[in-house]
Design a protein around this ligand. Structure first.
Ligand code: TMP
Length: 198
C-alpha cells in the first residue's frame, strides 16, 4: 500500500486555515484518495490542556513551547503516523511551523523552538495562508480572542512565517484575495504534491 502524505496548513488567526483545510480534505477525497482532517492544538490530553487556558493569559512562552511540542509528538504517534502508514493523506490545521512562528516570536529563540521539535517529521507540503494581522483579527471579531491574538504579537509571528517562506519551508498563498483564487492556488499545490508522490 502506498504511504500517505502530510499536508500542513498554516497561518495567523483569521487567515482561513480551518475552512480551507477541510476544503483540501474534500478535494483530495474527490480525487478518489483517502484523506483526513486533523488539527493542533489537538483534542488529546495535552491539546485540551493548552486550549483550556489553564495557564492563564500570561503563561511563560517557554512553557507553551514545551507543551505544543509535546502535543505534536503525541499527535504524530497516536494519529498522524498510523494514518500515513494506511495510505491516508493527512491534512493538519497547524503543525510544526506554528510553533516556530508563534513560540519563536514569543520566546525570541527560534533555534530553541526548532530543537524542541527536532523529532517531529517535516510535512510533505506546508502552506502558509498569508493575511495582514489586522485583516485576520477583523475576521475573528465575533469570537473571544486567544492570548496570541493581538496585532503586535501577530506582526512578529507573520514575520517569522514569511522568513520560513523565503527559506522554502512554506509555500506562501495570498489569502487576502477572494476564496476562489486562494483555492485555485491550493489545488495547484496539492496536484503538484500528488504528482511527485507517484
Ligand atoms: P487555533 O486558533 O488554530 O485553534 O489555534 C489556537 C492558538 O494556538 C492560536 O492562537 C495559535 C496557537 N498555537 C501556537 O502558539 N503554537 C502552536 O504550535 C500551535 C499548534 C498553535
Amino acid at each position: 500500500m502506498p504511504r500517505g502524505a502530510l499536508i500542513a496548513i498554516e497561518g495567523i488567526d483569521g487567515a482561513g486555515k480551518t475552512v480551507n483545510s477541510r476544503w483540501v480534505v474534500d478535494l483530495i477525497g474527490s480525487m478518489g484518495l483517502r484523506s483526513s482532517y486533523t488539527r493542533e492544538p489537538t483534542d488529546g490530553p495535552i491539546g485540551r490542556l493548552l486550549r483550556s487556558g489553564a495557564f492563564g493569559e500570561f503563561s511563560d512562552p517557554r512553557v507553551d513551547a514545551l507543551l505544543f511540542a509535546a502535543d505534536r509528538l503525541h499527535h504524530l504517534a497516536q494519529t498522524i503516523e498510523p494514518l500515513l502508514s494506511e495510505g491516508v493523506m493527512v491534512v493538519s490545521d497547524r503543525y510544526v511551523h506554528s510553533s516556530i512562528a508563534y513560540q519563536g516570536a514569543l520566546t525570541g529563540d527560534r533555534a530553541w523552538v526548532e530543537e524542541l521539535n527536532r523529532f517531529a517529521r517535516r510535512p510533505d507540503l506546508a502552506i502558509y495562508l498569508d493575511v495582514d494581522p489586522a485583516i485576520g483579527l477583523s475576521r475573528k471579531l465575533s469570537e473571544r480572542p486567544t492570548k496570541f491574538e493581538r496585532v503586535e504579537v501577530l506582526e512578529r509571528v507573520r514575520d517569522l512565517y514569511l522568513e520560513l517562506c523565503e527559506e522554502g519551508e512554506l509555500l506562501r498563498i495570498d489569502a487576502s484575495r477572494d476564496l476562489e483564487n486562494v483555492r485555485k492556488d491550493l489545488m495547484k499545490a496539492v496536484e503538484e504534491l500528488l504528482r511527485n508522490l507517484r
